[in-house]
Design a protein around this ligand. Structure first.
Ligand SMILES: Nc1ncnc2c1ncn2[C@@H]1O[C@H](COP(=O)(O)OP(=O)(O)O)[C@@H](O)[C@H]1O
Ligand SMILES: [Mg+2]
Length: 292
């Protein structure tokens, strides 16, 4: 099972490209697609879900072009779009029955699968309540359940954690990592901590381009020796922000303790710090920003 993107680009007709020459080889497990708003994540995911065609390049599902034979991938696809809408007057069970029949699943097979999914996404007690009474997290879990109806080999979920409270985010992440196993899961977000726990590989996008694709450990290794901590007085904060890439700060009684991302020793008194994915992400995004 493999998904290959070969120089995929998408233009909506304007002067700039939403997706620029992306080449990726995606294997089973969770791949996190990380990038700020407008990076091109949803555009890329719509291409993978065969909702839209790439303007250039190819997507190959097990070696077959998804533009030429979209049915091959659609048969094994589960997709949760970013702007997924539920019908408020239906219950979760009714909604899933409706979606199942659209996918050609009926009768006992559909009923059994829906029961399983309701349990999997932890909605057993609420399954017969109207969706209008659900919290954001519960709605997202119904969204995931509909994407899983056909037990997809390729599961694409676009910014599923937007609007969730911290507890719901954690539950949702855990659900996604439980699901991976023998399928490809592609999960987009603009929040680093969302993918830290779940993703075995991370692809970082910015302004339509792919800046990095590797295991989180590799991203951290590349940042070794490039993250520093130092404490500066309040009066120097503005200047520090101008001169350094600051990936975090904590208020202290004697000023601010700042995390600085820098290839070289930034100032006397700075201590080397263990890098985080947030540091790696900021470093990639900001150096790309400079080139533009
Ligand atoms: N249907 C569309 N028509 C025209 N431009 C679009 C369309 N969808 C997205 N874009 C543009 O493409 C760029 C990438 O958007 P999007 O793929 O939604 O990024 P992300 O999901 O990372 O926020 C943005 O500049 C956005 O305005
Ligand atoms: Mg998006």
């Amino acid at each position: 099972m493999e998904l290959i993107l070969d120089n995929v680009g998408k233009s909506y007709g304007g002067s700039s490209w939403a997706v620029k020459q992306i080449s990726l080889h995606i294997k089973p497990g969770v791949t996190g697609l990380l990038g700020p708003n407008g990076a091109g994540k949803s555009s890329l995911m719509r291409i993978l879900a065969t909702i839209t065609k790439p303007s250039e390049g190819n997507v190959l599902w097990n070696g077959v072009s998804t533009a030429v034979k979209p049915d091959r991938v659609r048969a094994v696809l589960g997709y949760l779009p970013q702007d997924f809408g539920l019908y408020p007057n239906l219950s979760a069970v009714e909604f899933l029955q409706y979606m199942a029949s659209l996918k050609g699943m009926t009768g006992r097979i559909a009923r059994r699968r829906i029961e399983e999914l309701i349990e999997l996404v932890n909605l057993t007690d609420a399954g017969n309540r109207r969706l209008s009474s659900y919290s954001g997290g519960m709605k997202q879990r119904v969204g995931i359940a509909q994407a899983l109806l056909n037990d997809p080999e390729l599961l694409i979920v676009d910014e599923p954690t937007v609007g969730l409270d911290p507890e719901e985010r954690v539950r949702f992440r855990n659900l996604l990592s439980d699901l991976s196993g023998e399928r490809i899961v592609i999960f987009s977000t603009h929040i680093v901590s969302d993918i830290e726990a779940a993703a075995a590989s991370i692809a970082i996008m910015h302004h339509g381009s792919l800046l990095a694709h590797s295991a989180p450990e590799t991203m951290l290794e590349r940042m070794q020796g490039k993250v520093w901590e130092t404490t500066i007085p309040d009066s120097e904060l503005q200047e520090a922000k101008r001169n350094w890439l600051i990936s975090g700060m904590i208020r202290r009684s004697d000023g601010f303790q700042v995390r600085v991302v820098s290839d070289s020793f930034p100032c006397p008194g700075a201590r080397s710090a263990a890098p985080t994915l947030e540091d790696a992400y900021l470093s990639l995004i900001s150096s790309e920003g400079d080139r533009i």
